[in-house]
Design a protein around this ligand. Structure first.
Ligand SMILES: *Cc1c(COP(=O)(O)O)cnc(C)c1O
Length: 402
C-alpha cells in the first residue's frame, strides 16, 4: 500500500482546491469551479504517465472493469476467460455483465498462462480478462499470440499493476483496454477510484458515456446533452480525483524506491539454496509492490509462514486467503446472488464445485508474498531481511531433516 505510506500535504492541497469551490461534480459548472478540473487532470496525469492516448477515471477498479467489458461489447452469454488467482472483483464484473466466466490455469508468473488460456477456449469465448497479478506482467507475447490466432479480445484488469511495463510499454495498453484501481490497497489510492486506459478513442468515448448514464459531456448544459447509449453512474467525484492526482504524481518516486528495495531483497534471498522467486516476464518492468517467494513445496511454505509469524513478520499465504484464490470462493462456486443472473440461466461450462486446478494449486501452495515498503530505511530493510532469511532457512532445514 505504497500510496498510503506517502499520504501528505500534496493530497490535502488538491482536496482543498475542490472544497474551496464546492464543485464536487466532475462535469460542468465551468464558471463556479475556478479552473479546477481534478478528474480531467487525474486522467491526463495517468495518460501521460502510462503513455496512453486516452484515460477515463471512474468510481472504482471494479466499475472500471465493468465499464471496459460493456464498452468492448461483452454481454449476454459471452464466455470470458479469467484467472482463478485474482481479486474476486474480476469475476464479479464478468457475471454482472451477463457473461460467463471460464477459468484457466495460472503458472509461476502468477498470471494466466498462454497454454492455460488455449485449453480453456470454447466456441463462445469472446475475451480474455487478463489480470497482471501483484504488480507484474503476464506472458504477454504468448497470450497475445493465442488471442490473435483464435480471434479473441484481450482486456486487461491491470488493477494491481499501475506503473508496471512489459518490454517498455505500460501494462493496460496491450489489450483493447486496461484498468487500474485506486482503492486503499493499491500502489496509489484515492479512497475509491479507477482509471481506464486505451489508445482506442472510440472505445474510451463509449466507456465515458456508459460511466455517466450515456451523457456525451459536450457543452455546459447537462440537460441538453445527447445520450447515444444507456449507462449508469460509475462517475468518480472531484474529491477522490483530487487525491488520485496528487498520488499519481508520486508514482515515479514510489516505483524507484520499490525497485531499489526489490534489488536488495532479491540479492539477499537468492543466497538461500532451494528458494525460488516468482517467474518474471520482464523483471525490470515489475512495479515491485510485492516480493514473491516460491518454496520447494507446501510443507515448507506453511512452516515458513508459521516461523515468519513468530518472528513478527506478516506475509501473505494466498493459498488459504479467503478472497484471492478460487479454492475459497464458495460464493462464486454457488453463484450466490439474491436475483437470477444470466449465469444461472445458461449455466457455467465448468462445474466449479468439482473442477480442479492442479497447475495453479502447485504454484499457489508454495507461494509466499510480502509488501515491499516505500519508506523502509536501509537499516529497517536489513533487519527485516535478517529475520526473513533466518525463518526461511529454518523452514527449509526442517524439511531436509525429514
Ligand atoms: C483491487 C482490484 C479490483 C477492484 O478494484 P476496486 O477499486 O477495489 O474496486 C479489480 N481487480 C483486481 C485484480 C484488483 O486487485
Amino acid at each position: 500500500m505504497p500510496g498510503t505510506e506517502l499520504f501528505g500535504d500534496e493530497e490535502r492541497k488538491e482536496v482543498m482546491d475542490v472544497l474551496n469551490t464546492g464543485v464536487l461534480f466532475r462535469y460542468n459548472h465551468d464558471a463556479q469551479r475556478q479552473g479546477h478540473w481534478k478528474a480531467k487532470d487525474f486522467e491526463a496525469e495517468i495518460a501521460t504517465f502510462t503513455g496512453a492516448k486516452h484515460a477515463l477515471a471512474v468510481s472504482s477498479g471494479s466499475t472500471a472493469v465493468s465499464t471496459m467489458l460493456a464498452a468492448c461489447g461483452i454481454g449476454y452469454g459471452d464466455h470470458v476467460i479469467v484467472p482463478p488467482f485474482t481479486f474476486v472483483a474480476t469475476i464479479e464484473a464478468v457475471l454482472w455483465a451477463g457473461a460467463i466466466p471460464v477459468f484457466a490455469e495460472i503458472d509461476e508468473t502468477l498470471c494466466l498462462s498462454a497454454e492455460g488460456i488455449r485449453e480453456a477456449i470454447t466456441p463462445k469465448t469472446k475475451a480474455v480478462l487478463l489480470v497482471h497479478m501483484c504488480g507484474a506482467s503476464a506472458d504477454l507475447d504468448g497470450i497475445l499470440a493465442v488471442c490473435k490466432e483464435k480471434g479473441i479480445l484481450l482486456i486487461e484488469d491491470t488493477a494491481q499493476a499501475l506503473g508496471a511495463t512489459y518490454k517498455g510499454k505500460h501494462l493496460g495498453l496491450y489489450g483493447k483496454m486496461g484498468s487500474f484501481s485506486f482503492d486503499f490497497f493499491k500502489i496509489n489510492t484515492c479512497g475509491e477510484g479507477g482509471v481506464i486506459i486505451s489508445d482506442d478513442e472510440q472505445l474510451v468515448r463509449t466507456a465515458e458515456y456508459i460511466s455517466d448514464h450515456g451523457h456525451t459531456h459536450v457543452g455546459d448544459n447537462r440537460g441538453m446533452e445527447l445520450h447515444p447509449v444507456l449507462g449508469t453512474n460509475f462517475r468518480i467525484g472531484e474529491i477522490n480525483a483530487a487525491i488520485g492526482l496528487a498520488q499519481a504524481r508520486k508514482l515515479p518516486y514510489i516505483l524507484s524506491q520499490q525497485r531499489k528495495h526489490k534489488a536488495v531483497i532479491q540479492e539477499r534471498l537468492a543466497r538461500i539454496p532451494g528458494l525460488a522467486f516468482r517467474k518474471q516476464c520482464d523483471d525490470a518492468g515489475d512495479s515491485a509492490t510485492f516480493f514473491h517467494l516460491l518454496m520447494p513445496n507446501e510443507a515448507t511454505a506453511r512452516q515458513a509462514v508459521k516461523l515468519l509469524g513468530e518472528a513478527g513478520i506478516g506475509v501473505g499465504y494466498w493459498y488459504d486467503n479467503m478472497y484471492h484464490y478460487i479454492k475459497q470462493w464458495d460464493q462464486v462456486k454457488n453463484l450466490s446472488m439474491p436475483f437470477r443472473m444470466v449465469a444461472h440461466e445458461l449455466g457455467l461450462p465448468q462445474d466449479l464445485k468439482t473442477l480442479k486446478f492442479p497447475k495453479s494449486d502447485a504454484v499457489m501452495c508454495r507461494l509466499i508474498s510480502f509488501n515491499i515498503r516505500v519508506t523502509w530505511t536501509e537499516a529497517e530493510l536489513d533487519a527485516f531481511l535478517s529475520k526473513m532469511e533466518g525463518a526461511i532457512r529454518k523452514a527449509m532445514e526442517g524439511f531436509r531433516l525429514r
